[in-house]
Design a protein around this ligand. Structure first.
Ligand code: R5P
Length: 298
């Protein structure tokens, strides 16, 4: 291990230079992977836009029935058409999502904590590879707590998922966790996203931060940005816009979609930002327009 004394801060990110090892494949850092991995990644990241809209509804695995997610069986059919990938637990997907939707699935495979505890960082790999294969998962999602108490066990869980996923050509999505006491600085996200990519995660889910271009540039796999706590529709679309403009390959949005006044309109507006490069202002106008249409037809 390198001596950390006298460590120099990283500076040369060459943010304006495209990733150079993509070959003819559209997903960053995946050119050297095998056919099965590429096929699964192509179900998540659209080959025409190279981006993805993931709908996150895995909150119940540690929070119970969060606002907006009380009835997954009623919610998901309203939104699935506008998502490229559904992110959820095996229990939620098996019980409440028709298999005929034929959507890619980012399967939550780590857990171990609940909101009844202060420390949520104690997670391990809990879903077997056999079950992930039976769910036809396009990716395995593993929460990883860098800098928290559960760092070692969650790093081990992530590496375990990468080892098993590689055996069956299922990509792993490393999820950067931010606990109550954890910093949300550019320095932290640079560290965490790069660590997860170096462990072999083929996708990294993280949060937007200042200088996100640097974070995207220094991470050799696609970054997908989480929505985070509910904010106004306008602000959530600005978050999506800034993320895409700064190098994110998509969003993995939950509460800002399903807790929106109009979840269908919101996910369609997010789609326009991610796949069509619509500005946040235009997307908000689009959201208002769709919402008004819905009101008129009710
Ligand atoms: C939370 O634990 C899950 O990983 C969520 O999938 C993630 O935080 C994205 O959902 P939201 O946009 O609501 O933050």
């Amino acid at each position: 291990m390198a001596d950390v004394e006298g460590l120099r801060n990283a500076k040369r990110f060459a943010e304006d230079v495209d990733f150079s090892n993509n070959g003819d494949f559209h997903v960053k850092g995946a050119a050297n992977l095998d056919w099965g991995m590429k096929d699964r990644l192509s179900r998540i990241f659209r080959p025409d836009t190279k981006k993805t809209v993931m709908l996150a509804f895995d909150h119940g695995y540690f929070m119970g029935p969060t606002s907006g997610l009380e009835r997954l069986d009623l919610l998901i059919p309203r939104l699935a058409d506008y998502a490229d990938c559904l992110m959820g637990t095996r229990g939620a997907i098996r019980t409440s999502v028709p298999a005929s939707y034929n959507k890619s699935v980012a399967l939550r495979v780590s857990s171990g904590s609940s909101i009844l505890q202060d420390d949520l960082s104690k997670e391990s790999l809990v879903v077997s590879m056999e079950d992930a294969i039976k769910m036809n998962a396009s990716a395995l999602a593993v929460q990883t707590f860098v800098g928290a108490d559960g760092q070692k066990e969650t790093i081990e869980a992530l590496n375990q998922a990468v080892n098993l996923g590689s055996r069956y050509s299922i990509p792993t999505m490393g999820v950067v966790a931010v606990g109550k006491e954890m910093e949300r600085t550019t320095r932290f996200f640079l560290l965490a996203t790069r660590m997860l990519a170096e462990f072999g995660a083929q996708i990294v889910k993280t949060y937007y931060c200042e200088d996100f271009e640097k974070v995207a540039s220094a991470t050799p796999v696609p970054l997908v940005v989480a929505g985070g706590k509910k904010v106004s529709e306008e602000d959530a679309l600005t978050l999506a816009y800034k993320s895409i403009q700064s190098g994110a390959a998509g969003v993995d949005m939950g509460r800002n979609i399903f807790q929106s006044d109009n979840p269908e309109a919101m996910i369609q507006a997010v789609n326009r930002v991610v796949h069509e490069g619509m500005s946040d202002k235009q997307a908000y106008e689009f959201y208002l327009h769709l919402s008004n249409l819905t009101k008129e037809t009710v």
